[in-house]
Design a protein around this ligand. Structure first.
Ligand SMILES: NC(=O)c1ccc[n+]([C@@H]2O[C@H](COP(=O)([O-])OP(=O)(O)OC[C@H]3O[C@@H](n4cnc5c(N)ncnc54)[C@H](O)[C@@H]3O)[C@@H](O)[C@H]2O)c1
Ligand SMILES: O=C(O)C(=O)C[C@@H](O)[C@H](O)[C@H](O)COP(=O)(O)O
Length: 541
């Protein structure tokens, strides 16, 4: 968040961690203003902080400090660093909670204790360190570190870094995008999007787990190796579990194999799962987390575009069975999602493009700007190449991921267990799931959704809900992105039978999600059978 009225980032940390020095440097690098809370307070009280402490005591200081923080959070469009003790008061914690809920970043700057202690001692003028400064610093550190970890949504270790390098690292972390998910009936969490966000994995998992099961597929080995190193460095005992790739991994047999492994490796309720890979891998990782001991913590690290924009977030976990796609599963939220865009470097063209299907869906159902971005960049997006395209397309891709995740989170926050509004995310999916099943999962999910959206648009047109231009626009946009818009299948009865098994159906009634304009979605129950069949004819190749 870098708006005209709120800070891009709030920096917290121990005395001597370098909050002012690094904060100032970051602001300089980003060409935005910097405010240090202690300096702002001294300006307001007209004396130094030690003088104020002596005359009025700490409680009065904390009151003024919270006022200054509240004001600055509402007015300062730059980098804002807080005094060491500020996040310890309940009022400041609440202010920071609200700031984070609006997309704000609270960065905990973590210097090595010896370095920070030394700097704090050298700096002087710190009433909280009166007496044996090192012993006081250490005692405060023990009190404050757990609170800072709780209050911050981004942890930045500056151990051994010069202030300039630390500032660059902080800038990198500020550039990441955070979407906060907070849905009734589930613990809130963040979706962090950007280059290098995997480094927040330890923070997301927390200190409780002793064992972590790293569930991934073979094609993402390069990324899961990196995650394993991060986990081991953080001190977790890692069970590295490779599952079969793509839909072959979403089976009860695979789940059973993983449950056995968790049993053998002694996984308890306080241990955790990390899912790394495409949507199939994160669906399975979530399903295992939801079912092992009736639910343990999990963090998703999506590596495909589709998993970043959709599958990893929102807590729909599941597997496929003989009865159909995703018919067995649960609603079970992750503790966090790390969409590290650097992992897209190895993503093949066809898998990148299928992800655009779900991106376009979010544009049709809610965010027209997504459609404009897709239209404006269609040629570059369609020509995506692993290893080379990411550098050029990073800003566009990040923008599309954030916008699409926001659309998803809007629906999930309002309706976690899909009683109504969340079904809108299923635009195009009624036919898509039937295509996937009839093609024995050889069709990519995003491709099936693209055809499903054209079918939904044709049906909406036949029902008089949209004009031909909007149907044509579906076709032209999806084609320009390299997505399919038709599917050849001779037996409509098979298709209809599967559409009746869709999770949106009720009893014998077919229920569709259709649009009557861009961003305007409706449930349509039991549409006339001839329209359902006629629309199908229109998507035949
Ligand atoms: N839970 C949800 O809300 C939700 C939402 C949308 C889709 N899904 C599910 O997600 C699945 C589709 O996800 P998907 O499109 O990611 O397919 P996928 O998981 O099958 O991944 C596609 C392929 O890309 C590989 N891959 C992933 N990241 C890579 C990378 N960075 N480099 C190289 N290869 C990489 C995978 O290993 C796989 O081979 C479907 O099963 C769908 O049902 C779930
Ligand atoms: O999160 C949701 O809700 C969705 O419907 C998102 C869909 O894009 C996604 O494909 C999901 O896997 C579909 O779930 P299903 O319940 O239709 O199997």
């Amino acid at each position: 968040m870098c708006s005209s009225a709120a800070p891009c980032a709030v920096i917290i940390g121990m005395m001597g961690a370098g909050k002012t020095r690094v904060g100032r440097e970051v602001a300089h690098l980003m060409d935005i203003p910097f405010v240090d809370a202690d300096i702002a307070i001294e300006h307001q009280i007209g004396m130094t902080i030690p003088e104020f402490f002596e005359q009025f005591g700490e409680p009065e200081f904390r009151r003024i400090e919270a006022d200054v923080i509240e004001h600055t959070l509402a007015t300062h469009p730059g980098v804002f660093s807080l005094g060491g003790g500020a996040p310890m008061t309940e009022r400041v914690q609440q202010l920071l909670e609200t700031y984070k809920a609006q997309g704000g970043k609270v960065l905990y700057l973590m210097a090595a204790p010896e370095e920070a202690m030394e700097r704090a001692r050298r700096g002087g003028g710190r009433p909280m360190l009166n007496g044996d400064a090192d012993a006081r610093w250490m005692a405060l550190y023990e009190q404050r570190d757990p609170v800072f970890r709780q209050v911050a949504n981004v942890l930045v270790s500056t151990h051994g870094l010069t202030p300039t390098i630390a500032a660059k690292k902080v800038q990198h972390m500020i550039d990441q995008r955070i979407v906060h998910v907070s849905s009734a009936g589930a613990q809130p969490y963040d979706v962090c999007i950007g280059d290098g966000v995997l480094t927040s994995l330890e923070h997301m998992l927390g200190k409780q787990p002793v064992r972590v099961a790293l569930i991934h597929t073979q094609p993402v080995q390069r990324h899961s190796d990196r995650v394993r190193t991060l986990l081991r460095k953080a001190g977790y005992q890692v069970s590295d579990i490779t599952i079969p790739d793509a839909e072959a991994g979403k089976t009860v047999q695979v789940a059973d194999g993983v449950w056995r492994r968790l049993g053998d490796d002694g996984f308890t309720r306080s241990d955790a799962i990390v899912g790394v890979g495409g949507g199939a891998a994160t669906d399975v990782a979530g399903f295992i987390a939801a079912t092992w001991m009736r639910g343990i913590r999990y963090v998703n690290c999506p590596t495909s575009l589709l998993a970043m924009v959709d599958a990893s977030t929102g807590g729909k976990t599941g597997i496929n069975t003989a009865a159909g796609k995703n018919l067995v599963g649960s609603f079970y939220m992750p503790s966090g999602v790390l969409a590290d865009t650097s992992t897209l470097i190895s993503l093949p063209n066809d898998i990148f493009i299928e992800g655009l299907g779900e991106v376009a869906k979010s544009g049709f159902i809610m965010d027209a700007e997504i459609l404009h971005i897709l239209q404006n960049h269609a040629d570059q997006l369609r020509q995506w190449q692993p290893e080379t395209s990411l550098e050029e397309l990073q800003p566009v891709v990040c923008e599309l991921i954030e916008r699409t995740v926001r659309v998803k989170v809007h629906h999930v926050n309002a309706d976690f267990t899909e009683q109504g509004l969340r079904e809108f995310l299923n635009y195009g999916h009624t036919l898509a799931h039937a295509i996937e099943a009839l093609e024995h999962f050889s069709w990519r999910h995003g491709n099936a959704v693209a055809v499903g959206m054209v079918y939904a648009a044709e049906l909406a047109h036949l029902l008089g809900m949209i004009d031909q231009d909007l149907v044509d626009m579906h076709r032209s946009l999806l084609t320009s992105l390299g997505l399919p818009i038709s599917w050849k299948h001779d037996n409509f009865d098979d298709v209809l039978a599967l559409m009746h098994k869709d999770k949106k159906a009720r009893g014998n009634m077919l229920r569709f999600v259709l649009i009557d304009g861009i961003g305007s979605v409706q449930h349509v129950e039991n549409p006339p059978a001839d329209a359902v069949a006629e629309a199908f004819k229109k998507i035949q190749a």
